[in-house]
Design a protein. Structure first.
Length: 279
């Protein structure tokens, strides 16, 4: 079984879904409650019954952080169910190639994470609307309809920047998000325990070093400023191009390393890691 077969891949994906369905459902229910309480706290801080659109900026930031954290936690739990010996044995014995099994687990964790976060946000936001309508007499002021969709179209934002500035910003954003996904995929594949915590500590350390370097060398990635007689000037720093290239290259490296580690999965491995460096 050296070639990729869509039927074997589908069977491996169905197995992964069946094993993780219950834990994913529990996560979704908990996240719905988390969204409901989070939005209630945000509106409580403002101490206002104004339409939610008035506080779109705060709720948008909450939504973005919520989605990103949910997806990276999900990808870090890539093989969490395989920590149980029966599941690990069954997964390793699936009639599929390593690539098919790796893609099944990765796609499930990513797609399930995104869907779980979106759906839990929609349900949590709806619960908040119903609760405030019943107990505070608010009208139907949902963040999802239409505020979230308006935010996702970047309405009224991109028009302020030139095409070149928008393109490099988009390339930087997309490559950065793909790299973040690959980084946590590597962490979820390498570590058996506390993958999210360890990966996040490494990421925070790297980000801190980048901020320190940028501050001490007065380096800016993206900036706009006003020049009298000229107008608004946009500037993209060299480090933005370097980081975009870094993200693109090391996304491939991280995915390759993750798959290489996965190919060496064994029934019994180190307590903390899935990879034996002494082999």
């Amino acid at each position: 079984m050296n070639s990729f077969d869509i039927n074997r891949f589908g069977k491996a994906l169905r197995w992964v879904i069946s094993v993780n369905f219950r834990s994913s459902l529990m996560w979704a229910l908990g996240l719905m409650l988390g969204v409901f309480l989070g939005e209630m706290m945000i509106l409580g801080i403002f101490r206002s019954t104004e339409p939610v659109g008035t506080h779109t900026g705060s709720l948008a930031a909450f939504f973005v952080v919520y989605i990103i954290i949910g997806v990276v936690v999900g990808i870090c739990n890539l093989f969490v169910e395989l920590d149980k010996k029966p599941n690990r044995q069954a997964f390793l014995m699936l009639p599929a190639t390593n690539l098919e099994k790796f893609l099944a687990a990765t796609i499930f964790s990513t797609v399930c994470g995104i869907l779980t976060m979106y759906l839990s946000f929609i349900v949590g936001d709806t619960l908040r609307v119903v609760f405030r309508g019943l107990f505070y007499g608010d009208s139907w002021n949902s963040f999802i309809f239409p505020e979230l969709f308006k935010m996702m179209t970047f309405d009224g934002i991109s028009s302020y920047h030139s095409l070149g500035y928008r393109l490099i910003s988009l390339a930087f954003l997309v490559s950065g998000l793909v790299w973040l996904h690959s980084f946590y995929t590597l962490g979820g594949t390498l570590f058996r325990k506390y993958a999210f915590v360890i990966s996040s500590l490494v990421l925070v350390a790297g980000f801190t070093m980048l901020v320190w370097f940028s501050k001490n060398h007065e380096i800016n990635m993206f900036c706009t400023y006003y020049v009298e007689g000229v107008g608004m000037v946009e500037k993209v720093g060299t480090i933005a191009y370097i980081l975009t290239a870094f993200f693109a290259v090391f996304s491939v490296v991280n995915y390759w390393a993750s798959f290489r580690i996965f190919k060496r999965f064994e029934l019994i491995t180190n307590k903390w890691m899935n990879y034996d460096f002494y082999k």
